[in-house]
Design a protein around this ligand. Structure first.
Ligand code: NAD
Length: 327
């Protein structure tokens, strides 16, 4: 089965090419992101493979169906970019990769936290400029600080355990409790978590209940020394509210791997054109904000798992009526 592989990046092509050799799936790599403008590239394919910033709204799904697409393989865990009622109505079968490496994402969250706190990004730049001054580089010990984790699923629990290793006190908030987590952390209300934590990390999915979970009120209830980490989805945070909180020094900083308007910007090189998104531009000016371009998943192990599971998912769709990883 030939599969149109949208938003193809060089770092994943090689791995997918090697996996497809042992299967009946053949990927055609397309650099373009799937949008209303590019949907016609799927013509002639029964299956497509997409990533987090490909658009799968009502219009795109309807056009995909009209061109003959029946299977959609998401090479990611989240499926907030898919209009599920339309997919269901059109009988489009959708599969995803529910878990590829929770360690990759949790470890990236820790990397961002350590960088922002100990200012190693600034130190790196200074040393290259032969500036050996330590002025402005004071951080704080993580030991015995309170870390608040929102969402204690696969990624959240890895993050909890890493931070436990640093000697932190862990508070957690989730819509359901977990006995294993209770052994190392304390479940509290969202409000208490926001008020008491020195570090707050988001690991819940984006949905109608969690959109803009961190808004003006949330930022204003946090400690002034609080660092917020978001490796979940951009829209968990109201970015305008975050900017106001940073400007008013209501929190100490933010580590962001995701941004609510990242589609069409993240994963692309904009260094020649510049960006027209003023909110993102403002975020990049804060010395106490670290941004990465949705790269938390990007490890060898995660890429290999994504390629293996996505290919197996497609074979499953082709051969059976129901797959384990169907959305
Ligand atoms: P998961 O489904 O294993 O865990 C999510 C947890 O969030 C669950 O325990 C769930 O009960 C909890 N939750 C749901 N609604 C909640 C709410 N309203 N308040 C608090 N908790 C709530 O998912 P996961 O594998 O741990 O992934 C978490 C999120 O991380 C994904 O949804 C995805 O958006 C994001 N993610 C980002 C990257 C990246 O590269 N930045 C990679 C993978 C996943």
């Amino acid at each position: 089965m030939k599969v149109a592989f949208f938003s193809a990046q060089r770092y994943e092509e090689e791995i997918f090419r090697s996996v497809q050799q042992q299967s009946q799936v053949e990927f055609d790599f397309i650099e373009a992101r799937l949008t209303e403008k590019t949907v016609q590239l799927a013509k002639g394919y029964r299956a497509i493979c997409v990533f987090v910033n490909d658009i799968l709204n009502e219009k795109v799904l309807t056009e995909l169906h009209a061109t003959g697409v029946r299977f959609i393989a998401l090479r990611c865990a989240g499926f907030n970019n898919v209009h599920l009622p339309t997919a269901k109505k059109l009988d489009l079968r959708i599969v995803r990769v529910p878990e590829y490496s929770p360690y990759a994402v949790a470890e990236h969250a820790v990397a961002l936290l350590l960088t922002l706190n100990r200012k190693t990004h600034r130190a790196f730049g200074r040393i290259r400029d032969l500036n050996f001054s330590l002025e402005g580089l004071v951080g704080f010990d993580l030991y015995q600080k309170t870390v608040g984790v929102i969402g204690t699923g696969k990624i959240g629990r890895v993050f909890v355990n890493i931070m436990k290793g640093f000697g932190c006190k862990i508070l957690v908030y989730d819509i359901k409790t977990d006995a294993e987590i209770e052994k190392v952390a304390t479940y509290v209300s969202l409000d208490d978590l926001l008020k008491q934590s020195d570090v707050i990390s988001l690991h819940c999915p984006l949905n109608d209940n969690t959109r803009h979970m961190l808004d003006t009120q949330a930022f204003y209830s946090m400690k002034k020394n609080a660092i917020v980490i978001n490796t979940g989805r951009g829209a968990l945070i109201n970015t305008r509210a975050l900017i106001e909180a940073l400007k008013a020094h209501k929190i100490a900083g933010a580590c962001l791997d995701v941004y609510e308007e990242e589609e069409g910007i993240f994963f692309t090189d904009q260094s020649n054109e510049g960006i027209t998104d003023d909110i993102l531009a403002r975020l990049t000016t804060f010395p106490n904000v670290i941004l990465t371009s949705h790269q938390a998943f990007l490890t060898q192990e995660a890429l290999q798992n994504i390629a293996d599971v996505t290919t197996a998912n497609l074979v499953c769709l082709l051969e059976t009526d129901h797959c384990e990883n169907e959305v």
